[in-house]
Design a protein around this ligand. Structure first.
Ligand SMILES: NC(=O)c1ccc[n+]([C@@H]2O[C@H](COP(=O)([O-])OP(=O)(O)OC[C@H]3O[C@@H](n4cnc5c(N)ncnc54)[C@H](O)[C@@H]3O)[C@@H](O)[C@H]2O)c1
Length: 249
């Protein structure tokens, strides 16, 4: 087991990458606290696992995040690691995007990630080998059309995480980022389904990947496990791209 008795808070745990991470971490011996704004879905995921609790909260509500993270820490007796997987996409031409849409993407992807890290700080500082893993995206490293807000928000997550790694190193809290490529989750599916020609779009997404396949949530959960566990104790401020070879060429 890679995470025996580790107490990990995972946001966005009701779906996709966050859910796969919660399930993998539980199999690796961790106690997991699942945080999501979708109460029904996160409760269903928690109920399907043996040692998981659901915490319903929107990460854009700073006070609610503080209460949910405190409740998770109380229930688990502390927090050894945080995975920030809650996030939203926005496919919109720049000319038609509204400022409200831009702010919402930043509120969830950037400020929400910050709020959870902030709320968990005291609990994380109380142990010698704590870890934060934030989910950015290949879109934070390489631009995608009609996604100015999403790309900019994910670039912000990358740099926020590097700056936080510097600040938290004296407290022995490591901070790393995973940048997934196209991963088969409800987020990717809704983007593909919104295209004029969904099968054509799916093929175009697949063809951009050197390994010629769309990734699975488990591909990303494995990378998050590596950065959370004891196999990566010398890694902090790093950006691990897991995209089948999309952004490197
Ligand atoms: N799927 C991909 O292709 C892909 C690629 C690159 C990066 N990512 C990133 O990975 C992360 C997970 O994405 P996914 O594909 O699993 O998406 P998903 O839509 O399947 O899951 C996202 C989860 O986050 C939750 N969430 C959204 N907004 C929230 C909020 N304000 N407060 C609390 N919870 C909230 C949703 O309820 C959902 O359960 C996101 O940050 C996403 O940007 C995904």
């Amino acid at each position: 087991m890679k995470l025996p008795n580790r107490r990990i808070l995972i946001t966005g745990a009701a779906s996709g990458i966050g859910k796969a991470t919660a399930e993998l971490f539980a199999r690796e011996g961790a106690q997991v606290a699942l945080l999501d704004r979708d109460g029904d879905a996160v409760s269903t995921v928690a109920a399907s696992m043996s040692d998981a609790r659901a915490h319903v909260c929107d990460v854009t509500d700073h006070d609610a995040v503080g209460k949910a993270v405190a409740a998770a820490a109380r229930a688990m007796g502390g927090i050894d690691g945080v995975v920030n997987a809650a996030g939203i996409d926005l496919i919109r031409d720049f000319a038609t995007m509204t400022p409200a849409e831009w702010h919402r993407v930043f509120a969830v992807n950037v400020t929400g990630t910050m709020s959870v890290c902030h709320a968990a700080l005291d609990a994380l500082s109380a142990n010698a080998t704590a870890s934060i893993v934030n989910l950015a995206s290949g879109a934070g490293l390489f631009p995608i059309a009609s996604r100015t807000a999403y790309c900019a928000s994910k670039a912000a997550v990358v740099m926020f995480s590097k700056a936080l790694a510097v600040d938290l190193a004296p407290s022995n809290i490591r901070v790393n980022v995973v940048c997934p490529g196209a991963i088969e989750t409800p987020m990717l599916r809704s983007g593909i389904d919104a295209a004029e020609d969904p099968p054509g779009m799916q093929e175009a997404v697949r063809n951009r990947v050197v390994l010629k396949r769309i990734g699975q949530p488990a591909d990303i959960a494995a990378a998050i496990l590596f950065l959370t566990g004891a196999d990566s104790t010398f890694a902090t401020g790093s950006t691990l791209v897991v995209d089948g070879g999309r952004v490197f060429h």
